[in-house]
Structures are given as C-alpha cells and as structure tokens.
Design a protein around this ligand. Structure first.
Ligand code: ADE
Length: 233
C-alpha cells in the first residue's frame, strides 16, 4: 500500500473514545484505503511508575490537577519524527477553521496532544508543542473529541477521501459562504414542494439561485464572515 497522505497520532488518556471514530464512515474508509493513518496512544503507557500516574497537584495551589511533564515528553519524543507538527488541543488555542484544516492537510505527520484536568505542564508547551488549537469557546472535559474534530475536518481536505471532489467546493465556508439548501426525492413532502428552479435542468439558473440563497443565509446568520466573500467565477 502507498504511504498515507496525512498521518495522525493522538496522545490521550482515553484512547477508547477514538475507536469508533477511527473505524466508521469516511475516516474508516480513508484508513482502509490507505489515504490516511490514524492511531491513538495511551499516555499511561509512557509512565514509568508502578501506579501509572499522569497528573499531580499544581505548584502555587489552586483547584484541579496538572498533567505531569515526564510521560508527555516521553510520548511526544517517541512518536515525533523530522517534519512532525505537534498540536496541543486547548481552549486557549488558535480557533480552528477551514483555512487551518487546509493548511494542516499539507503536513505529512500531525501529532496531537489531548489535555485533561487543568491542562499540561507549561514546560511541555514551551519545548514540544508547535501549535495550540481550540475548536470553540467552550471547555470540554478533555481534548480527545477536539482531536477527532481536527482529524475529521483535515481528512476531508485529503484528495480522494470524499467520494466526489466536487463536494468540497459545495461546503459551507467554501468562498466564506454558508451552504445552500439541499433537496432530494420526493418532489413534494408534507405539502412542501422542491423549488421549481431545481427541477428545471437549467444549470446556470440553478447556480445563480444557490448562490443567492447562500448570500441570504450568510447575511442573516453570519454577517461577520460576509466581508471575506469571493464571488463565484
Ligand atoms: N480541550 C478542552 N476544551 C477544548 C476546546 N474547546 N478546544 C480544544 N481543546 C479543548
């Protein structure tokens, strides 16, 4: 099998959270096809003490626990290689977005570090983390689902992962616009008909209608992104 386009490794205390995600749907198929590689690694396997301890109390006091530096350093050092980008998932990070997913899809090896408790020892952030990424302004119980969100969105940017390459250009946020409404059969459902234009077979008209719906929806829901809008060619 040829080398995968992007390889993902996730360091987490909860590898089981990724089992279904890695094997189902598009990600499962992309892995089977060899387009991507994705593996979870249990941080406890990188401890050396008898109790497999990964956290400790914070210096200076305060609530919660902090993830100890030694197991994280061992895990990162054993999994990274030249060219790896190490990403720490944290609510303090750079906001995740389609441009970031496209950028990360160009990197052959992404090593993701999922935090837990009050976060990881600052010295790991200083010495081993290349990028810090947040998936939104809310706090998750740990970063594993955030790592899954990144892997999903990045994998969609890898050629061949989506059945039809065209689907990417129809995405919400492509050209900084939200998506257009979609319909399938039946033509009438509970008294509501599919817009006539979609049945017309006139591709120019259909494209114009879709674009106007996208503009309208974006104006209503996300006026903040409209300024970045590119008109279709
Ligand atoms: N870990 C906890 N909350 C998170 C968030 N919003 N994004 C990324 N990682 C997180």
């Amino acid at each position: 099998m040829s080398t995968p386009v992007v390889e993902f490794d996730v360091i987490t205390l909860f590898p089981g959270m990724l089992t279904g995600f890695f094997s189902e749907s598009m990600i499962g198929r992309a892995r089977t096809a060899g387009l991507i590689r994705a593996e979870a690694h249990n941080l406890r396997d990188f401890t050396t003490d008898r109790w497999h301890i990964t956290d400790d109390r914070p210096f200076g006091g305060g609530a919660g626990m902090v993830m100890k530096p030694e197991p994280l350093a061992r895990a990162i050092d054993s999994l990274r290689r030249p060219g790896t980008t190490v990403i720490y998932l944290t609510p303090d990070g750079e906001p995740f977005s389609t441009p970031l997913a496209r950028e990360f899809a160009q990197i052959p090896h992404l090593l993701m570090v999922s935090g837990h408790y009050e976060g990881i020892d600052e010295r790991i952030r200083e010495t081993r983390i290349d990028r810090e990424v947040s998936i939104g302004d809310y706090v998750l119980t740990n970063g594993t689902l955030a790592a899954a969100v990144l892997i999903d969105a990045i994998s969609r940017q890898v050629p061949g992962v989506l059945g039809e390459e065209k689907s990417l250009t129809q995405d919400s946020f492509h050209h900084s616009l939200l998506g257009f409404p979609q319909y399938t059969r039946p033509v009438e459902f509970e008294g509501r008909a599919v817009p006539e234009v979609l049945l017309s077979g006139n591709h120019g008209e259909i494209e114009r209608w879709r674009h106007s719906r996208q503009l309208e929806k974006t104006r209503q829901r996300r006026p903040d992104i409209l300024s970045k809008t590119i008109q279709p060619s």
